[in-house]
Write a protein that binds this ligand. Structure first.
Ligand SMILES: [Zn+2]
Length: 46
């Protein structure tokens, strides 16, 4: 385990272990997004 690799959604900030997270790249950085925020990203809700 890496101390730098915190499991946290970069949109909603959720970090609970029961949620599913997916890796993505945002602003050139590797981030994690939870599946609850994923539809928002896909549909581009403002
Ligand atoms: Zn989220």
């Amino acid at each position: 385990m890496s101390a730098n690799e915190e499991v946290k959604c970069f949109i909603c900030g959720a970090s609970d272990n029961e949620r599913v997270y997916l890796p993505c790249i945002h602003s050139g950085e590797n981030k994690l997004v939870c599946v609850r925020c994923l539809p928002m990203l896909i549909h581009g809700v403002h």
